[in-house]
Write a protein that binds this ligand. Structure first.
Ligand SMILES: [Zn+2]
Length: 195
């Protein structure tokens, strides 16, 4: 790990971080407003800046084979995870985190859908792993209720309200008949030998 390519890596990472900040701080500008570049206050952008910095640095580390390369990758993944978490949990208006309140979802529609079921028996080896699964009897149709809903959130700080993605929820999924379980003393042939 030479000093020269470490310097190159840090310089490139700083430039990438500045470009990221420049893009995010000016993307919603109207034409007459001045463009700006300042220290970010939005926790999302702060975390994203670190993710970009260590991401570019890890590319240099990979290319030059730095011995501390693995640590840079781990730090980068940590910042990527934090960035995603902040994006999903911050208030879209005031950008604060730890202020999101989840309310009862808005129900958009409910419909019945058929689920085809056939009784089955699962045979297990002595170690609890599955030997086989056999279906028997007649197929029957179970009607299930599918609810289409949208999550609703609000910010406990600035009181802004917003909605999440529309998604489906099967209200009867947990009531589906379970297969019969048959335990046996048959040894799993894939189980490693002890001796
Ligand atoms: Zn807010």
């Amino acid at each position: 790990m030479g000093w020269q390519n470490l310097g190159e890596g840090i310089l490139a990472s700083i430039i990438a971080t500045l470009i990221t900040n420049f893009i995010f701080q000016n993307r919603k500008k109207k034409s007459k407003e001045k463009i700006k570049l300042k220290l970010p206050k939005d926790p999302f952008l702060i975390s994203l800046s670190f993710a970009v910095f260590f991401g570019i640095l890890s590319l240099f580390g990979f290319y030059y084979g730095w011995e501390k390369f693995a640590y840079i990758i781990v730090i980068d993944f940590l910042f990527i995870a934090i960035t995603i978490w902040i994006k999903n949990n911050q208030c879209p208006k005031c950008k604060k985190i730890f202020k999101k309140i989840t309310h009862d979802p808005e129900i958009l529609k409910e419909e019945k859908r058929p689920y085809r079921h056939k009784d089955s028996t699962v045979t297990l080896y002595s170690d609890g792993s599955v030997k086989n699964k056999k279906h028997h009897g007649k197929e029957r149709i179970i009607m299930e209720t599918i609810r289409t809903q949208r999550n609703r959130y609000s910010c406990s700080d600035c009181l802004y309200q917003w909605k999440g993605d529309v998604h489906e929820r099967n209200l009867n999924k947990h009531e589906r008949p379970k297969p019969n379980i048959r335990r046996t003393n048959i040894r799993n042939p894939d189980e490693p030998e002890l001796y």
